[in-house]
Design a protein around this ligand. Structure first.
Ligand code: ADP
Length: 400
């Protein structure tokens, strides 16, 4: 069985063709700068193997539909084709927000579209593009099952006392305002991987998962199910991110409006795009921040301190949520690669049984690895996430 996984963003499409017989990646590609003067398509067949062939195309790519068609042409036609179109059995799509209705993956049927379109207001930056990708794929692959895998689905087990905001109740009933979380596919994947690596059923494990990339979120996973997560109605709440503020006093909105005469749209833009690490020190890539700290940049140091302190504070609160913590897992761009952030985050948590081994933590690797000391009561792991594989597995399971 071959599954094509599509992650369609606002101006990009990431895709992978996965052979489910051995879960190997046959093709991985990225279409970027859709709608701009010149777009690009980079595609690799059998990436990371000695059969890898890289193709790069630069030309205008006016729409996502055109980008997807170009990608499929590379996969199925021409000299580096890896399979025929009718060999693709399922297409799986990443969708950021599913609301309460879409709490499990679904095979798209025509009657779902009104409800799917409703979800767009929960993630206006992501969902229209995610669902647009599905519409394009339906045209290109008539008759092939199209599965939507929602980032919020894993968080639908969060109980009401954790997902409700203390707002007038009708905003929940009528406007559906509540905590939905995001990155759920990744949290679920690394929690399951952690259980597998520790040789225990995930149903018997309590795990704190930390997905820290440009966007960042944490989950408290109790007996294998999500009990709480740091992102909220939208992916703005919670941890300090590349350009997103994470938690702020909600009164900041009014304060900025009154003091700076900013309107809601401008404030929203600042909180999403001009805040977080970038707001604090002007840089949103952690690698640049470390380089600046080395040179004595005080703001860069502050940004690192604020970011790691916030994460540590969430670990403390999730210890309270879980009662017993078996493992902490770091994943995504920063979580997988940044030993300094990991060490600073766990620093001070030794009395709670969390101890990092500096030597193992400092050793670079692309593999999953245990970075806690032998006498650490809580196992601390670095586990590379693989959202594409997780989506492919969900899609295949559903169609089978
Ligand atoms: P997203 O999917 O949210 O865009 P990623 O999970 O790919 O993000 O993470 C991207 C971020 O990871 C970068 O912005 C950078 O801050 C960080 N990052 C990537 N590589 C490294 C590294 N070697 N050391 C520290 N940080 C890194």
């Amino acid at each position: 069985m071959k599954v094509l996984v599509i992650n369609s963003g606002s101006s990009s499409i990431k895709y992978q063709l996965i052979d489910m017989s051995d879960e190997s990646v046959m093709v991985s590609g990225l279409v970027e700068r859709i709608g701009e003067e010149v777009g690009s398509l980079t595609s690799k067949t059998f990436p990371g193997t000695d059969r890898e062939v890289k193709t790069e195309i630069e030309r205008p790519i006016p729409t996502h539909g055109v980008g997807l068609e170009m990608s499929i042409d590379l996969i199925c036609k021409g000299e580096n084709a890896v399979c025929a179109m009718d060999e693709i059995d399922v297409v799986g799509h990443r969708v950021v927000a599913g609301g309460e209705k879409f709490n499990v993956p679904v095979v798209i049927t025509d009657d779902m579209w009104p409800d799917l379109t409703e979800t767009e207001r929960l993630a206006p930056l992501h969902n229209p593009a995610n669902l647009g990708g599905a519409k394009d794929a339906i045209k290109l692959f008539p008759g092939v099952p199209q599965v939507l895998v929602f980032d919020t689905a894993f968080h639908q087990t969060i109980p009401p006392h954790a997902f409700m905001y203390a707002l007038p109740y009708e905003y929940y009933e009528e406007d559906h305002i509540r905590r939905y979380g995001a990155h759920g596919t990744s949290h679920k994947y690394v929690a399951n991987e952690c259980a597998r690596l520790m040789g225990k059923p995930v149903e018997e494990m309590n795990i704190i998962t930390i997905h820290m990339g440009n966007g960042a979120s944490m989950s408290a996973v109790k007996n294998g199910l999500c009990a709480d997560t740091s992102m909220g109605l939208t992916p703005l709440e919670g941890l300090v991110m590349g350009t997103r503020s994470g938690d702020v006093d909600p009164a900041v909105h009014n304060y900025l409006a009154v003091n700076r005469g900013l309107d809601i749209a401008a404030i929203d833009n600042i909180l999403h795009k001009e805040s977080g690490l970038k707001g604090l020190c002007g840089m949103n890539d952690m690698r640049d921040i470390h380089a600046a700290v080395e040179k004595g940049d005080e703001r860069a140091k502050l940004a690192l301190d604020v970011q790691t302190y916030r994460t540590r504070k969430y670990i403390g609160s999730y210890m309270a949520v879980l009662g017993r913590v078996d493992a902490v897992v770091f994943t995504a761009g920063i979580g997988e690669n940044d030993d300094i952030v990991r060490a600073k985050t766990i620093e001070g948590l030794e009395p709670f049984g969390m101890k990092i081994d500096p030597e193992v933590n400092g050793t670079r690797s692309k593999e999953a690895r245990l970075i806690s000391t032998a006498d650490s009561a809580v196992a601390i792991w670095v586990i590379p996430t693989n959202e594409e594989l997780a989506i492919a597995r969900e899609a295949m399971a559903l169609v089978k």
